[in-house]
Write a protein that binds this ligand. Structure first.
Ligand code: HEC
Length: 100
């Protein structure tokens, strides 16, 4: 009898373990450098993910940033114009570049 009571206690315990307040997914605001091209980045790169995806790459070459923007457009179908892409690559190689 004790065993059954214990098992019932274990089985139903989760029912009473609910939290009363609602759970919120944290919003992480990543810092991003201001400068020429920021507007294009802001308008074109945040539809699918946060700035963290870009800034967490660390300093990278112009080639790297160009490949990333191309990947976003070609593989992920980001609707970014040719003109904006160039401005965005300039922006990243200036502010998040490694001089290469
Ligand atoms: C159409 C949606 C979309 C847009 C718009 C978009 N991305 Fe992405 N991005 C993705 C997806 C999907 C991933 C991959 C996510 C994963 O692998 O978890 C990604 C990942 C990344 C990464 C991480 C490295 C990698 O290769 O996966 C970088 C850097 C990045 N994006 C940069 C950019 C930049 C810069 C822009 C603006 C020019 C941009 N993204 C716009 C969809 C998008």
């Amino acid at each position: 009898m004790k065993k059954i009571l214990l098992m019932m206690l274990i089985a139903f315990a989760p029912l009473f373990a609910q939290v009363s307040e609602s759970i919120e997914v944290p919003y992480i605001a990543y810092e991003i450098k201001m400068g020429k091209g920021f507007e294009e980045v802001n308008a074109n790169c945040l539809m699918c993910h946060s700035f963290g995806y870009m800034t967490n790459q660390g300093p990278q070459s112009r080639q790297f940033w160009k490949e990333k923007v191309d990947k976003m457009r070609n593989s992920f179908k980001a609707p970014i114009s040719e003109k904006d892409s160039k401005t965005i690559v300039d922006y990243f190689s200036k502010h998040y570049g490694n001089g290469k």
